[in-house]
Ligand binder design. Structure first.
Ligand code: MLT
Ligand code: MN
Ligand code: ZN
Length: 304
């Protein structure tokens, strides 16, 4: 099984089009040593075609930079056999519009609450009905493993996470199970596992069990501090308010990842452009390194 990170940034990307924060400005003028990143998406495959986990607004650029996804078996072709967004957020779904030229209906996996949001508040799936069409498949929330036609060698299972639906969802403030999921991706031959959760708002024993069972975890790296956006004057909401567990602090992501077995590979993904860990010379980045925690970057390949 192989995972390729298409985009390691949170919504907005890095640098963000309208952002003049220390990181974004520093990346533009060269005063901060950092790597640009596109918005949140990975692909996973086991030797056949690929499942796209989250369809970001940057999907076309991401496909252009990914040799595995080039059309080369016919006049029209794609290596993407199926799409699965982990929530209904703009950064995870807007790219669906860009895939409208496919010749057959899109094999589309989502939970029931995400399906509701993507057919009502933000009816992308209805709109796509007028283009390629949607072949909707239900992601079970009880952990029942499932496989995707066209994506051999990979078994998927989902668990509900405590995080947030998008601001346009009627259940933004009253989360329901399935608004956000974490995914365990298992190689059907080797049994090796990855756990993927780009939006993860709170510590939870079931989530910890899934992380502890995985060889590699790719988890929420959005914010360093809970009040990161407030301190910059960019928002009135904390990281936790919008469904993201910050890295720092006694009950933060670093302390939680420290509880995993030493053999687990720990990678942060969905990193917001304000996060000081993006600055490769920052003390925050050094602290991650001391804890054996990596940052995902666009193009990162993980073989399991
Ligand atoms: C999030 O992860 O909280 C959202 O993607 C933010 C956004 O869409 O701006
Ligand atoms: Mn996001
Ligand atoms: Zn910024």
């Amino acid at each position: 099984m192989q995972i390729i990170v298409l985009g390691a940034s949170a919504g907005g990307g890095f640098p963000q089009w309208n952002c003049n924060c220390r990181n974004c400005a520093g990346l533009r003028d060269g005063s901060v040593r950092a790597q640009a990143r596109t918005q949140s998406s990975i692909i996973v495959g086991g030797g056949g075609d690929w499942a796209l986990l989250n369809a970001s607004p940057d999907i076309l650029e991401q496909i252009r930079h990914t040799p595995a996804l080039q059309p080369n078996r016919g006049l029209r072709d794609t290596g993407i056999a199926a799409v699965l967004p982990v929530d209904c957020q703009i950064d995870h779904t807007t790219g669906l519009f860009m895939l409208r030229e496919r010749g057959v209906p899109m094999q589309f996996w989502c939970t029931d609450p995400v399906y509701e949001d993507l057919t009502t508040g933000n009816p992308i799936l209805k709109v796509l009905g007028h283009y390629c069409g949607i072949d909707r498949q239900t992601v079970p929330l009880d952990g029942t493993p499932f496989r995707m036609p066209g994506v051999p060698g990979v078994e998927f299972s989902a668990l509900p996470l405590s995080s947030k639906a998008a601001p346009y969802s009627p259940h933004r403030e009253q989360s329901v199970p399935g608004d956000n999921i974490g995914l365990t991706l298992s190689d059907t031959v080797s049994g090796k596992k990855a756990f993927y959760a780009p939006g993860l708002g709170a510590r939870d024993p079931a989530v910890f069990a899934a992380m502890a069972a995985a060889d590699v975890v790719l988890v929420d790296g959005t914010f360093w501090t809970d009040d990161e956006m407030i301190a910059l004057g960019l928002s009135k909401k904390t990281a936790r308010d919008i469904g993201h567990l910050p890295q720092s602090g006694a009950d933060g992501m670093i302390a939680w990842l420290d509880e995993l077995p030493a053999t687990t590979r720990k990678i942060l993904i969905h990193i917001n452009n304000t996060n000081p860990i993006l600055d490769e010379d920052s003390p925050e980045r050094a602290e991650l390194t001391r804890h054996g925690i990596e940052l995902a970057f666009d193009g990162l390949q993980i073989d399991l």
